[in-house]
Design a protein around this ligand. Sequence first.
Ligand code: ISE
Length: 339
Amino acid sequence: MARSSTLNVAVIGVGRMGADHVRRIREVVSGARVSAVVDADADRAEAVAARAGGCAAYTDPAAALAAADVDAVLVASPGPAHEAALLAALAHDLPVLCEKPLTPDPASALRVLDAERRLGRRRVQVGFMRRYDAEYVRLEQLLRTGRLGRPLLLHQRHRNVTSPPGWTSDLLISDSLAHEVDATRWLLGQEITAVTVLRPAPSGDAPAGLQDPQFVVLETDGGAIADVEVFVNCGFGYQVRAQAVCERGTAHVGDGHAMVTQADGRWGGTIAQDYLERFEDAYDREVQTWVDSVRHGTPTGPSVWDGLAAAAVCAAGVRSLTEGGRVEVELPERPSLYG
Ligand code: ISE
């Protein structure tokens, strides 16, 4: 693709997240346009394509990727559909931004990694958006300077208002905790070696049978310990926080009080209700950075290796949840392609 030309993006999966990315590419991001949308629901694909204008609707990802005016792919379909979409995109040597999880399990993530390695260059970026959130970026930069000494502990919180219908206890790990798994690896610059999932008494407000909340302990190869509360029916807001405890100080992000009011004998603010609101700026920055990077070469954000590492940690987490106890993470050697 010529450097100056507009990037024609096919968006695969136009449910809530994918439709928001279509809007973002149309209204916020520069240097790209949506040339195709794909969804198993033909009516939904048609409706999103009509809103986007100048865009074709497909139900079959393979047909969309074979179209002449597709330079890049954004995958926002449900996790189990990612492997097929990623392998098809890599077969066409197209750059991809794939929503998390890369794939739902390590075996399929490894197949994607092998396909990218065969191409010999990075084509895929994984949508771990915390890496583009202004507060998280500041925390990562601070930790990297070493000014507070070594990070010893990382306390994280991941709360959703309610879980989607049919949600399972495993999904609190593979779909929600996956973000904190990546944030832990990125913030600390360390790999996670073992996972222990603890099961507090479930909330009476969670659907029957759902283990919610969960408390997860992650051990790293640098000797740090990270804990994560995952609570997806907290009822009051979407809250994602991290506090690093270092040798000479602590740093805390995620309170994000944009405005505090004081009136009628009270003070307070509002809490975001979902991830599209809480991470709106981060998503904008993520997609713009991806577009800029692929227009000039290869994606620079979270890689297939990061997606595989998250899948391996989550698989260990699901085992700990179901069998109990501490489970070690099984991760192959990091290939040189991923530095
Ligand atoms: C969802 O898929 C997300 O990615 C959200 O960021 C997360 O908070 C939620 O728990 C997941 O199910």
